[in-house]
Design a protein around this ligand. Sequence first.
Ligand code: SF4
Length: 231
Amino acid sequence: MDDQGPARSPGRQVTSGLIKLSMVLRHQAWQESGKRGLTPTQSQVLAVVAALGRGVTVSSVAQHLSVTKGSASVAVSALEEKDLLRKMADPSDGRVVHLVLTRTGRREAQRSTQWPEVVVQSIGALPDTEQGGFLRGLIGVIRNLQEQGAIPTSRMCTECRFFRPNQNPGQDKPHHCNFIDAAIADADLRIDCAEMEPADADVRPQLLEALFSGHSIDPTRDPDPQGGTRP
Ligand code: SF4
């Protein structure tokens, strides 16, 4: 390998591409939030409070966004001042404070969860198989970052007790989601699914391994012996 070798490694090339993408995303986030008088962090806080629903605290927001509790707290105070969010004491434990969106906050949260259209279109222009491959790769990277504690746990298919990778080998939709009881393609895999329920900790690596190896998970080590079917 010459001196340029390491810099040309696929890992570094992909990282370089991700950095370019993150610059576009950051620019879009500032532009979109700025139009509404919010910072990107304030926008993200609204989106997280809306996504997590009840019982959200400053700590859970900070954990979800991978920011310090201090940064989350500053953003929450600014959102309170803008009447987009309120703090409410837990009726059963006054020491715990929950974050609740106001009506205007709910509307803003909806806008905050809209994807940057320029990026969505660019990815959507790829063939379906490439989009699926891209998504699989991202899921693998996110999983590895989770393992290192670099990002919080995501509600992904590869963590979910309903996921059956490669249950339909050779088909356009090789996987199966037991929650909706339907076959799903790589491009249908989810990174933040509201219906996700965690599989047992020892099973989660097997789900990822099965997804990448093209094998279905060993039925004798079924991720959910009770069937993992929709409640
Ligand atoms: S419930 Fe959601 S996360 Fe779980 S397998 Fe189905 S689509 Fe994936």
